[in-house]
Design a protein. Structure first.
Length: 287
């Protein structure tokens, strides 16, 4: 009889692998409204009138103070639900403060404030009251991860260096994209104006109930002042091209009523997305 196979236990997640946790999809006004309803029910039963001091759903910090101060007015399940709502609201509020503190630290450092001064402001001191600048530095780094990092990034000081390197790379890629788009701007501008000309003359199919991309293109075509704005013209041209072909597929109509308008669409499609829109244009020409 063979040896019984043993299942290997999965390795425990290390602190390096566990991602930083961020709240998702939390609307503090909704949570505050739920707290208000819980207390309103309690007030109706006890007729205590304390809800007159409710700070307003938009005052998250005040709502937390109110809900804590009057927590004992609730009982049973209502008390439990209110406590959990306070937990979530407090966490949301704490996370909202992270970007504000990061900006304050960046401003302080940019103004020449030393790390030991930051440590004193944060009360990072030893038993003798002396500042601990390394703790202040680490706080700044962990905030950078929390605010600028990705959901999978571990909130550890050394990860800040990874984020900085990533930001540099992303900036280089952004500039390269802008350079490439700016280089083909004359062709993109000509394609945009040709599309608008044929659209305004009624030669290009459009959805009468949804002309968002066409109106956007008309608004921006004459307002491309710098490299970033010129590069961004592709977004609007792509929008009108894709929406036109999509509407044609939905309705079974031709994308254009004239050969010149159809060619303008195909030229624009080849500029913005040669693989996808070029294929769509080819399919349309075969109909």
């Amino acid at each position: 009889m063979g040896r019984r196979a043993t299942k290997k236990a999965a390795p425990k997640a290390t602190r390096e692998r566990r991602p930083a946790r961020r709240l998702q999809g939390v609307d503090p006004r909704v949570l505050a409204g739920k707290l208000y309803e819980l207390h309103a029910s309690a007030e109706r039963q006890g007729d205590q009138g304390y809800l007159e001091r409710w700070p307003g759903d938009g005052e998250t910090h005040g709502v937390l103070h109110f809900a804590q101060a009057y927590a004992d007015r609730l009982e049973g399940e209502a008390y439990q639900r209110a406590a959990l709502l306070r937990v979530t609201l407090a966490e949301w509020l704490r996370q909202q403060a992270d970007p504000l503190q990061l900006r304050a630290l960046d401003d302080a450092r940019g103004a020449g404030v030393q790390w030991d001064q930051v440590a004193l402001a944060l009360q990072y001191t030893n038993a003798d009251g002396e500042p601990n600048p390394s703790s202040a530095f680490n706080r700044h780094a962990s905030l950078k991860v929390a605010v600028l990092g990705r959901p999978e990034d571990r909130r550890q000081p050394h990860v800040a260096r990874i984020i900085e390197a990533r930001a540099v790379q992303e900036e280089l890629e952004r500039r390269e994209r802008e350079r490439a788009e700016d280089a083909r701007y004359p062709a993109m501008d000509a394609a945009a104006r040709a599309l608008l000309e044929h659209f305004e003359s009624g030669e290009i199919l459009s959805d009468p109930d949804d002309d968002f991309w066409w109106s956007e293109l008309a608004d921006v075509v004459d307002d491309r002042r710098d490299a970033s704005e010129r590069a961004n013209l592709v977004v609007y041209v792509r929008g009108v091209v894709r929406e036109t072909y999509a509407h044609a597929r939905r309705t079974g109509e031709l994308v254009a009523t004239t050969e010149r308008a159809r060619q303008a669409l195909e030229d624009a499609a080849a500029l913005v997305d040669p693989a996808a829109d070029g294929a769509a244009a080819g399919a349309e020409s075969d109909r």
